[in-house]
Every structure is written in structure tokens, then in C-alpha cells.
Design a binder for this molecule. Structure first.
Ligand code: ARG
Length: 277
């Protein structure tokens, strides 16, 4: 009888120990393996929609197609600081969040705005860039759209699932047409199928600078709500350690001037190689 009591005591103690170790594991931060996972893989996979020079665009270098741009140079530094290689997955902007949630990519760097609606689905880094919006038009129409009323009969393009879609709907009276790629919208603008495309400042300026005979910014003043102004990297909500590492690199690049330099560098690359299809 005595022996039996001793035995059950031991079993009970053992159970308590196993349980408490298990519980400690659940509560601790060590469950977040997001950073370690990327380090173990040796590659950081970043999703982007490379239709957005100078932020992300394809070039052909030494006969090989590659994606480059401001966001990509930031991603490169993030990967470098983690001691891993960078892999870029190019996809349409509207697929990025589901690709992230489906573990196809580790992070999004795609000129993505940190909006309250997206915050419900993903986590954002600190912001690295601030934008406004413009209506990009054909050069010949530079003075055609000065007020909202002037857009009454216009076909206005905006990228699908972008903040530009909302701005186009709220701030023009035209028929809003959405497409997966910004480059398709600007091609349709030149072909006369669209009359204007709502794009962010840096992108509009890039078109006007590179094709001064083809594009102009309309006089119509578009307002960019505060919630649509800040571009950030996005990660999965649970991946806190990975995001902390991303923020470390962004802060460093902002402090040492590298953040401005890589934007210039992206523009220089574009001037040298152009943008590929
Ligand atoms: N900032 C806008 C948004 O987040 C547009 C971003 C589009 N990015 C791109 N690579 N096409 O909705």
C-alpha cells in the first residue's frame, strides 16, 4: 500500500513538471520564430508589384531580367543586416496580402500604405516614405482637368485594391476603371482608353520626367487623407521579431542618410537601364 502511494506521488509530480514546462513554452516569446526561420532558410523572400518605378521595376542587366528600385534596395539592406540572401517575388499588388498570409512571402515591400483597413490583416513597419496623389494625364490634356467637375465624362484609372482606387472614386466624377498593374493603366492612358490615372507623387513625377512629351500632372488637386500617406513594409501579425529587425534597419537607414541615397540610386539605375517589360 505504501509503495503504491509513493508511486502515484511520483507520477503526479512528473505530470506537474511536464505541464509547467509546456505552459511556460506557450506564454514565452520564444514561440515567435519568425526571425530565426528566415535566418535558418538563409533567404528573405519579399513580395512586390514591380510596376512602380522608381520604387520597384524590372530591368535587364547583363542579359538577365531582375527587379530593382527603392523598395528593393531597402529590402536588400534588411536581408544584409539579417545575414541572409534576398529573393524577390513579383506579383500583382492586389495579391500581396494574401501571399503574405499564405506564407508564400516573408514580407511585403511594395510602396504599400499603412492603412487602418490593412492593419486588421497585417502588421506594418515604421513608415519610410510619405506620399501625395495626382491625376496623371496625357501631355496634350495637361490643362483639361482643373476641377472635379472637369472629370465628369472621363475614364479614370486606378490600381486595383490600392488607396488610389478610393481616392479616384471619392475625388473625381469620372468612371473609375481598375486594373491589376499600374503599367497597364498608363499604357491605356496613352492609347486613349483612359483619360487619367490616379498615382502617387513619386510615380507621377517619374512618368513626367522620363516621358515629358507623353505625360503631365493635371491641375486638379487631389487630397491625400492622412491614413493614405505613409508607406511601410508589411509582415504577418505574429511575426514580431522579424518586424523588429525590419524596423532596426529602417531606423538605421533613416539616421545615416542611406534611405535618401537609395532612392537616388534607384533613379540612377532607371536612368542607366530604363525599365524592362
Ligand atoms: N500606396 C498605394 C497603396 O498602398 C499604392 C501602392 C502600389 N504599389 C505598387 N507597387 N504598385 O495602396
Amino acid at each position: 500500500m505504501k509503495k503504491w502511494i509513493k508511486k502515484s506521488w511520483l507520477v503526479a509530480m512528473g505530470l506537474v513538471m511536464v505541464l509547467s514546462v509546456g505552459l511556460a513554452g506557450c506564454g514565452s516569446k520564444d514561440q515567435d520564430t519568425s526571425l530565426q526561420k528566415v535566418k535558418d532558410k538563409g533567404t528573405l523572400v519579399v513580395g512586390t508589384s514591380a510596376d512602380y518605378a522608381p520604387f520597384e521595376f524590372p530591368i535587364v542587366k547583363n542579359g538577365k531580367k531582375q527587379i530593382t528600385g527603392y523598395d528593393i534596395l531597402i529590402a536588400k539592406q534588411i536581408a544584409k543586416d539579417m545575414g541572409v540572401k534576398l529573393k524577390i517575388e513579383n506579383t500583382e499588388f492586389s495579391s500581396l496580402i494574401s501571399d503574405l498570409k499564405g506564407d508564400k512571402i516573408d514580407l511585403i515591400l511594395s510602396g504599400m500604405t499603412d492603412t487602418p483597413a490593412r492593419e486588421k490583416q497585417v502588421a506594418f513597419s515604421k513608415s519610410y516614405y510619405t506620399v501625395n496623389n495626382y491625376l496623371l494625364v496625357r501631355k496634350a490634356d495637361a490643362n483639361k482637368f482643373n476641377t472635379k467637375a472637369d472629370t465628369k465624362d472621363a475614364q479614370i484609372g486606378a490600381q486595383q485594391a490600392s488607396t488610389q482606387e478610393d481616392i479616384a472614386k471619392a475625388q473625381t466624377s469620372g468612371n473609375v476603371v481598375t486594373e491589376g498593374l499600374v503599367t497597364s493603366l498608363t499604357t491605356e492612358l496613352q492609347a486613349g482608353k483612359l483619360d487619367g490615372v490616379v498615382v502617387e507623387s513619386e510615380i507621377a513625377d517619374n512618368y513626367v520626367k522620363n516621358y515629358p512629351d507623353k505625360y503631365a500632372k493635371a491641375k486638379l488637386q487631389l487630397k491625400t487623407p492622412k491614413a493614405d500617406q505613409h508607406l511601410s513594409a508589411a509582415g504577418r501579425k505574429g511575426d514580431k521579431k522579424l518586424m523588429k529587425q525590419v524596423n532596426k534597419t529602417i531606423t538605421k537607414m533613416q539616421k545615416n542618410g542611406q534611405m535618401d541615397k537609395v532612392l537616388q540610386q534607384a533613379q540612377d539605375i532607371q536612368a542607366k537601364y530604363g525599365t524592362a517589360k
